[in-house]
Design a protein around this ligand. Structure first.
Ligand code: MCF
Ligand code: FE
Length: 406
């Protein structure tokens, strides 16, 4: 692939924004430097000049989305986690049946147009595999494991393994990586849990789990009471949780994973996640709609990813929309610093959680790049992250592995 030099007013690097610089890349980023310097270093390169007020960023990474639930608009009930979960069970078959490839492709396309070059797809059934194989984006394909009863554990594990194996057979032209998602502490039997974590560790697969999302979940795991008691009595004829918070959490101690939601964690649990090298994925709009509380991001020392969750608990799959919502939800704290932290949460920190070397504009990183063009000059350099976050709906151009896809 021939070398390109992309010149933009502002570039988001791992050290923050730099101005009046350029990036030289083929499939990989070669250098970040002054335009004159790069043109003499790469005299054959094609020069790409972007319009005034253009910001160059790493491609955005949405670590957590449920494509198979993309048909939902108004069917699922919001306002309380248990009510939502019951509505998922009631409408699941019909929602999944309506969610054909065209629906999922549209979801993936809107993500691409908004600048998402890589997403983590939580696959409950394997119905999204074809779409994930075909898309130009990178996909971490999280095969979901679920099953709380010992009686059905073997069958469910077998089904999970089959889907996982299926996702291993990829063409070199596809950008899909197989991975494992453990649904949640309340829904996965400890025997299945340890088998799946051992497998992820053995095969070095990205690993993810929903964790301490709702107050009901915490109450059920601690005291076997609350909203989940009625739920488990009704659907499973049981009245005891299969695991405890500590047992579940410690099962991940020797393999870093992506812990999604964590809205009901304690300070000590959040510290433990940080110590063990885990990443926390934050889905502020989903949390609000399912009444799960606010993740205290000011108390997180672990790397933070911000993700949309699925259309099962959101109205869009745009990370720009998600970041704007996060900025409003976390209404205290320095605005400029928070905006920069959020941009890092959808690039570098998200990449690490998905075992990717992208998410950064730095030499040797894969050339996953997007440009967004603001309509006017940003008066103060300290506000570039904030103003970009406030005003962007779609990317102007998108490169994945150096190839222009939009
Ligand atoms: O992240 C949200 C809320 N928490 C848990 N699960 C899901 C979410 N969106 C979709 N889900 C899926 C989940 O993957 O819904 C099912 C699972 O397959 C719920 S369990 C019947
Ligand atoms: Fe989710």
């Amino acid at each position: 692939m021939s070398v390109k030099i992309l010149i933009a007013d502002h570039i988001f690097t791992p050290d923050g924004f730099v101005s009046d610089q350029a990036v030289a890349f083929d499939e990989t980023i070669l250098a970040v430097s002054a335009p004159d310097h790069l043109t003499s270093q790469y005299p054959e390169a094609e020069i790409v000049r972007t319009p005034p007020h253009t910001v160059l960023l790493p491609g955005l990474i949405n670590t957590h989305v449920h494509l198979e639930f993309s048909a939902n608009r108004t069917e699922l009930t919001y306002g309380d986690f248990m009510t939502w979960l019951e509505s998922v069970i009631e409408h699941r078959d019909e929602l999944v049946a309506r969610c054909d490839n065209a629906t999922m492709e549209a979801a993936v396309q809107t993500m691409l147009r908004s600048g998402i070059t890589h997403f983590g797809a939580i696959s409950s059934f394997g119905g999204d595999l074809e779409v994930c194989r075909r898309t130009p984006q990178r996909v971490t394909y999280f095969n979901e494991l679920i099953g709380s009863s010992a009686a059905t554990a073997d069958a469910l594990y077998g089904d999970f393994l089959e889907r996982l194996n299926h996702s291993f057979h990829t063409d070199p032209a596809e950008y899909i990586t197989p991975a494992i998602a453990i649904h949640a502490p309340y829904s996965v039997h400890p025997v299945l849990l340890s088998k799946a974590i051992a497998l992820a560790k053995e095969k070095h697969l990205p690993l993810s789990t929903h964790f301490l999302e709702s107050p009901h979940e915490r109450e059920w795991l601690e005291s076997h009471t609350g909203g989940f008691l009625g739920f488990f009595r009704k659907f499973f004829g049981t009245d005891r949780a299969v695991t405890s918070i500590d047992e579940f959490l410690h099962a991940f101690d020797h393999y870093p994973a992506l812990f999604v939601h964590c809205t009901q964690t304690t300070h000590a649990e959040r510290e433990h996640l940080a110590e063990r090298g885990h990443t926390i994925a934050h889905c502020p709009r989903s949390n609000r709609l399912l009444d799960c509380g606010r993740l205290p991001i000011e108390d997180i020392t672990a790397p933070l990813s911000i993700a949309t969750d699925g259309l099962s608990s959101n109205w869009s799959l745009s990370l720009w929309d998600e970041l704007r919502a996060a900025l409003m939800l976390h209404h205290q704290g320095d605005l400029e610093k928070m905006a920069e932290r959020f941009l890092r949460a959808v690039t570098l920190d998200a990449a690490r959680a998905l075992h990717s070397d992208a998410g950064r504009i730095a030499p040797d990183a894969p050339a996953d790049l997007i440009t967004v063009t603001l309509t006017e000059r940003v008066e103060r350099d300290e506000q570039i992250a904030l103003q970009t976050l406030l005003h962007t709906q779609e990317a102007a151009t998108v490169y994945i592995q150096g190839k222009k896809v939009l």
